[in-house]
Design a protein around this ligand. Structure first.
Ligand SMILES: Cc1ncc(COP(=O)(O)O)c(C=O)c1O
Length: 389
């Protein structure tokens, strides 16, 4: 098996443990992106420094809904000694709850250790040396890293610079004969979203031209979207094989540390993905938290509103300084600074603010900033002004 330079780098780093400043500066999500599939094997992460504002990993700064925290506490005392198939709730309970939420059957749901596990499994299931992988660039990197590591050709289609959106026409064209096409909607890091009609037309064309290509809609930031023309791809996924959606409790639900995600699709597609899952891939407190969070309807609205306000404040602040952001539908923004993200990041780090990593091929002009609390963003904006002056 060929070992890419980055994969090799990942091996080297995991063997020698990354340094605390590296981890603190980049955050866990950023770090695993940086290091590739093997990076996720790093086990020791330093806590944030006192007073640090960590807006580098697209997390909900306030954490899970209170009912989920309560459920975590309860489950821990009662069931920490149990495997997640013997706990209350167990893996089947959460699977059933997700099926109910999406109006489908448990056969249409696969749980993951975060949605990241399913992204990884999809690359294993659907790509190989003869069946390439299609993605945008920049987009969420983990599945392309895995596909490349497995020997598949990765075709990365640049986003449209004018609006930060994925180039769906070019991705469709590249999909002929592909094993898997990854459509991150909203896209990380550009933060933009495609409308329901765009997504349906895209799926129709790919099915017509390349019926065996599997389409993966990554909707990790779904709950943060406010665009009126956005529609999730759930119906498309449930309709027939070869299309699936992934969602996660890590973003709006504030449970990145709980590692619970899931995939939804036709039972045949889900059965294939399940073959690659670790038999017990979830944990007892995470199941309890997810189970409680699904019932928290107000939380979605409240957290979406909180994020939108803090985000708009940040976008407006930067716009007043002359820096425009794409139309963000997520809990992060991608802002055009016209200078390297690395310089901005280094400047911010000196003032105790950790912002996102480099996102080639746009790392010389754009930076990603995750949205923290309003208080954090107010303080971070003062730092941005100083660093950019
Ligand atoms: C677009 C996207 N998909 C998937 C993930 C994986 O998240 P998790 O494994 O925590 O569900 C992330 C994490 O940042 C992401 O940004």
């Amino acid at each position: 098996m060929p070992l890419s330079r980055r994969a090799f780098f990942g091996l080297e780093v995991s063997a020698s443990q990354p340094t605390a400043p590296l981890i603190i500066a980049r955050g866990r999500e950023a770090l695993s992106e940086e290091l590739g599939p093997l990076g996720s094997e790093i086990g020791v992460i330093q806590p944030p420094q006192d007073g640090e504002i960590r807006i580098s990993s697209n997390e909900n700064p306030l954490g899970p809904p209170p009912a989920a925290v309560e459920a975590i506490r309860g489950s821990f005392g009662r069931d920490a000694g149990r495997y997640p198939f013997n706990s209350q709730p167990n893996m089947s309970d959460l699977t059933r709850a997700m099926a109910e939420k999406h109006g489908c059957e448990p056969d249409n749901i696969v749980l993951g250790a975060g949605s990241g596990e399913i992204l990884k499994n999809a690359a294993h299931a659907f790509t190989n040396r003869d069946r390439h992988f299609v993605t945008g660039t920049p987009s969420y990197l983990q599945p392309s890293r895995v596909a490349r590591y497995l020997g598949a050709t990765v075709v990365s289609i640049p986003v449209n610079r004018a609006d930060g959106k994925l180039d769906l026409d070019a991705m469709e064209a590249a999909a002929r004969g592909a094993g898997l096409i990854f459509l991150c909607n909203p896209n990380n890091p550009t933060s933009t979203v495609h409308t329901g009609s765009d997504v349906r037309a895209f799926a129709r064309t790919v099915r017509r031209n390349s019926p065996n290509t599997v389409i993966h809609f990554d909707e990790a930031y779904h709950e943060y979207v406010t665009h009126p023309d956005y529609e999730p791809a759930m119906e498309l996924a449930l309709e027939r094989p070869n299309v699936f959606v992934t969602r996660t409790f890590s973003k709006l639900f504030g449970m990145a540390g709980m590692r619970i995600g899931y995939g939804v699709g036709h039972r045949d597609t889900i059965a294939t993905l399940r073959r690659y899952s670790l038999t017990v891939n979830t944990n007892v407190p995470g199941l309890a938290a997810g189970y409680a969070a699904v019932r928290e309807r107000d939380f979605v609205r409240t957290e979406q509103r909180r994020n939108t306000e803090a985000k708009q404040y940040t976008i407006d602040f930067l716009a007043r300084l002359g820096y425009e952001s794409y139309n963000s539908q997520t809990n992060f923004i991608f802002v055009e600074l016209g200078k390297p993200a690395a310089d901005f990041r280094a400047g911010c780090r000196e003032h105790g603010v950790a912002v996102g990593r480099d996102f080639p091929p746009m790392e010389r002009t754009h930076a990603r900033i995750s949205i923290g609390t309003m208080d954090e963003m107010t303080r971070a904006c003062a730092v941005f002004e100083e660093v950019l002056a």
